[in-house]
Design a protein around this ligand. Structure first.
Ligand SMILES: [Cu+2]
Length: 152
């Protein structure tokens, strides 16, 4: 009886530790409608609730030939995009992929993306962490959430 109790308690603790595991969460992923063969864009915010920095190294989707990470900057009144191999996600911090900033370029859409469509993608981090996301196609940027993830 006593043994069973201890075992049940251990399992319960293990389950709650699993649920409370700090992680990187992806907030408000979205894309814009675009025609097949052209390039789409992707936006999201990465929230790192962990005390370990990580780095986004790859983004893939079955609906795009490839996905590049781009930064955007203004120099002498000219907006330019630069390809980034890696995007750092600081410990206890966040990185926004948003219009006018970092963004995902979905190079060579394999089909037309209409408003309301859902584009699946997989994020791979330097740590080996993989996160599957779905980017809904929206005509207008969503209202940003007031999110303040706890860092543990
Ligand atoms: Cu770009």
């Amino acid at each position: 009886m006593k043994l069973f109790g201890a075992l049940a308690l251990t399992l319960t603790l293990a389950a709650s530790a699993q649920a409370a595991q700090p992680q990187i969460t992806v907030v408000l992923p979205w894309t814009r409608p675009a025609v097949a063969g052209t390039n789409g864009v992707g936006y999201m915010t990465l929230n790192n609730e962990t005390k370990a920095a990580d780095t986004l190294v790859k983004v893939e989707s079955p609906l795009a030939g490839r996905i590049e990470m781009h930064s955007m900057s203004m120099a002498g009144g000219v907006m330019s995009m630069a390809h980034q191999d890696r995007v750092a996600v600081p410990a206890c911090g966040e990185v926004a992929f948003a219009p006018g900033a970092y963004h995902l370029m979905l190079i060579g859409l394999t089909r037309t993306v209409k408003p309301g469509d859902q584009i699946p993608a997989t994020l791979t981090f330097a740590s080996g962490r993989k996160i599957k996301i779905v980017l809904p196609a929206l005509i207008k940027a969503p209202e940003p959430l007031d999110h303040h993830p706890a860092c543990r």
